[in-house]
Design a protein around this ligand. Structure first.
Ligand SMILES: [Zn+2]
Length: 513
């Protein structure tokens, strides 16, 4: 068909919306702002910042991002309902470039079992929704949810009607991760050939990874002419996640000879942003993850190493520095200045304001007095404590535990909620950490069940800081928490409190800040 050479594919990042829907990945406002800023630096074209009608917290996050983040289109999601669309507009209206994303399910299975609507009703509802969105904003995206399982004839009708009603992007979601690459290729080709007004809109894809094919399916769509890919950092998202941003971007870059398409992404920022998202969501990146995994550029086999030494392209198709994978864990110390810290923070994926940098630098000096060498992990945890501190409801003050083999621990704990101090003294638990957990539950009055508890050292050496990550269940939802300290019991207390703060942020959104 048309000439594909050097086409620029629009990268639509939904880490803050679909990604945040991963169990336990909820982010607070400060964290979302940090991620949004990092996505701008990465060169993402469109940031889907949230689903404004879903909760007051979602609304606030989308609205703050729209007001403060410059450089990318800011998008808010809405069902095909008046109230949703109005709320989405209210949230994104202050963006430099706002977009409203309206979705409505079109597959037979969703029509019959979820919506209880006929085909004509679906078309009417879609047209009404797109028109309403277009009355607010020139940039409107429409998604026929579960498009990959929708009858082709009907899909063509819906897409044509949505474009006529004012949709400037039409997104084809494989909502349940069911499609195969050749099917995806076929459906995009079909829409391009059969929908008469298709040239008036950008065709997009949104693929889920339930069968591990999200990236392959998205690439097949690009090959067939799709102009936008929806994806997330580290591929996080509902269930098995979404198409991974770093994989699709590096495939288009590395195999430009084949796809004849590229993106605006600053690939040297991929690893830093991946680290940031992993740190704020608590979802670790698997070691062998393509592009951003710890082993992605590690050559272990002797025969490979030999080849690499002679000529790196024998076994390497990308250079680690092209994805921002720093070779050395640069060590900072007592005498490192503010500029060195700012530099390191940037490489780790953080974009700090002058004020934030000032506070982190003070903490850095204190830590440098306790510890000779400051590693990346130390800096990341200092920054996270600084970022998290912004919206922390509860803060840790002090603890004491007196215990031993065969004895019930005797625990004292003091925490604060704003200016208010709370303290308790009790004998409970199976050990010091269990006792702290019970004391926190008592003081905060937030019932939780601890589902997972892990301690790792942030860096190396005897004076390394301990990082505790916890997963707790509250009202059948999973929340994560992290705490860092050179004392692992204190780190545990901080981790449980940070989980309580996340619970409070979700359940008390209206009261927050
Ligand atoms: Zn999705």
């Amino acid at each position: 068909m048309s000439d594909h050479s050097n086409r620029q594919i629009i990268i639509f990042d939904t880490t803050l919306r679909d990604g945040e829907q991963s169990p336990g990945a909820s982010m607070n406002l400060a964290e979302k702002m940090e991620v949004a800023q990092a996505l701008v630096e990465l060169g993402v074209d469109v940031i889907e910042a949230g689903f404004p009608i879903a909760s007051p917290g979602d609304f606030e996050a989308v609205s703050e991002i729209a007001k403060n983040i410059r450089g990318s289109v800011i998008c808010g999601l809405a069902r095909c309902r008046k109230a949703d669309i109005d709320r989405a507009w209210e949230a994104v209206q202050h963006a430099q470039q706002p977009r409203i994303h309206v979705f409505l399910a079109t597959s037979a299975i969703h029509r019959e079992h979820k919506l209880n609507m006929g085909k004509d009703e679906i078309i009417d509802r879609a047209v009404e929704g797109v028109r309403r969105a277009a009355s607010y904003c020139a940039n409107v995206e429409f998604s026929p949810e579960d498009a990959a399982r929708t009858e082709h004839d009907f899909l063509c009708r819906v897409v044509e009607a949505a474009i006529d009603a004012g949709a400037t992007t039409v997104n084809i979601p494989d909502t349940v991760g069911y499609a195969t690459p050749s099917e995806m290729h076929k459906v995009i080709g079909l829409l391009r050939n059969r929908v008469p007004n298709i040239d008036r809109a950008v065709l997009s894809v949104h693929c889920h990874n339930d069968l591990g094919m999200a990236v392959a399916n998205s690439l097949a769509a690009v090959e067939a002419g799709a102009g936008q890919v929806e994806c997330t950092i580290n591929g996080i998202g509902e269930r098995a996640g979404n198409c991974s941003l770093e994989e699709i971007v590096m495939t288009l870059r590395t195999r430009n000879d084949f796809f004849k398409a590229d993106t605006r992404i600053v690939t040297q920022r991929l690893v830093p942003v991946s680290r940031l998202v992993s740190a704020v969501t608590g979802i670790q990146v698997q070691r062998n993850k393509a592009i951003v995994g710890q082993n992605a550029f590690a050559h272990e086999a002797g025969i490979h190493q030999d080849g690499m030494l002679k000529e790196r392209t024998t076994y390497e198709i990308m250079r680690p520095e092209d994805v921002g994978c720093a070779k050395t864990d640069l060590v900072l110390g007592k005498h490192s200045g503010r500029a060195a810290l700012a530099d390191r923070a940037r490489d780790l994926g953080y974009v700090l304001s002058a004020e934030q940098l000032g506070t982190v630098f003070e903490q850095f000096k204190i830590l440098a007095d306790k510890k000779k060498e400051i590693y990346d992990g130390d800096i990341a945890s200092l920054i996270e404590q600084e970022i998290l501190a912004v919206s922390e409801l509860w803060t840790f003050d002090s603890y004491g535990v007196d215990t031993g083999t065969g004895r019930t621990p005797h625990v004292t704990l003091a925490i604060s909620r704003g200016q208010e101090r709370f303290a308790t003294e009790m004998a409970c638990g199976d050990g010091p950490i269990d006792a702290i957990f019970l004391a926190i539950e008592k003081l905060t009055e937030v019932p939780m069940v601890c589902k997972d508890f892990q301690v790792h050292s942030v860096t190396v050496g005897n004076d390394a800081q301990g990082e505790v990550s916890v997963e707790v269940e509250h009202n059948r939802r999973i929340y994560r928490g992290r705490g860092v300290s050179t004392d692992s019991v204190e780190a545990s207390a901080k981790a449980f409190l940070s989980a309580v703060n996340r619970i409070a942020a979700v359940t008390n959104n209206t009261k927050k800040q």
